[in-house]
Ligand binder design. Structure first.
Ligand SMILES: C[S@@+](CC[C@H](N)C(=O)[O-])C[C@H]1O[C@@H](n2cnc3c(N)ncnc32)[C@H](O)[C@@H]1O
Length: 226
């Protein structure tokens, strides 16, 4: 089941139980990380948002949006944003922050599993900020959703924790640069940037190792000649 929220501020976004897709993380309670009141909305990630800031504002997707720091930053720049997360409290926090900033008319939210969520429109920019499911069918499906959601010429920005450099995480929780670039190439995207970086950790006063991939969906290369 996907629970898509309306635009009304002050309404509940979920029942605060585990959302659909909890099976992707059988032993991790994402929802418990969030308040649902917007107080946990983090600062946006300038590195992952930079590719969008070079575009004219259009439609953006934040898959695994958490409490909405990136989604709200895009909306503040004029983008129409869809935020998806399986944690109802994360979506409730994004909604609360959007309402507080007067951005609720530019943000659509859904409590859903990124592996099975189906886009209803094509996006000029798609973002996955440290939100991929563990390596396996759910991660593969989520990457395919991101690729499918992009409009021709659309840009994907993907950040994940670097399995080859971080000293935490269970096997398969984090990602390698090679697996992400290979998967995105296999999905028909052109990788325009792929790098390992030390970046600030979300809501932690520390830094850690990340893999960052920026990719573009090609325009149809079939041309008619006359
Ligand atoms: C580390 S947080 C990152 C949140 C946000 N993208 C950010 O950068 O602040 C990971 C988020 O991914 C969400 N998530 C994990 N697995 C998911 C799935 N299968 N479908 C949708 N969201 C998922 C979690 O609920 C959580 O909000």
């Amino acid at each position: 089941m996907t629970h898509t929220t309306g635009h009304a501020c002050g309404t509940q976004d979920g029942n605060h139980t585990h959302g659909p897709g909890a099976a992707s993380y059988p032993d991790f309670e994402w929802d418990a990380l969030y308040t649902g009141d917007g107080s946990d909305t983090a600062a946006p990630d300038p590195m992952l948002l930079a590719p969008a800031y070079g575009l004219l504002p259009g439609r953006a997707l934040d898959l695994g949006c958490g409490a909405g720091g990136n989604a709200l930053a895009l909306a503040e720049r004029g983008w129409r944003v869809t935020g998806v997360d399986l944690a109802p409290r994360a979506i409730a926090s994004t909604r609360a922050s959007a309402c507080a900033r007067g951005l609720d008319d530019r943000i659509e939210l859904a409590v859903a599993d990124s592996a099975t969520w189906q886009p209803e429109t094509a996006y000029d920019f798609a973002l996955s900020s440290y939100a991929l499911p563990p390596r396996g069918p759910a991660r593969t499906a989520t990457l395919a959703v991101l690729a499918t959601a992009l409009a021709p010429g659309g840009i994907l920005a993907l950040g994940e924790w670097d399995e080859e450099a971080c000293d935490w995480g269970k096997p398969g929780d984090l990602a390698t640069l090679a697996e992400l670039t290979e998967a995105l190439t296999g999905l028909g995207l052109d990788v325009v940037r792929a790098e390992r970086q030390v970046v600030p950790r979300i809501q932690h006063p520390s830094e850690d190792h990340a893999v960052i991939v920026i990719a573009r969906k090609p325009h149809d290369t079939l041309e008619t000649t006359g």
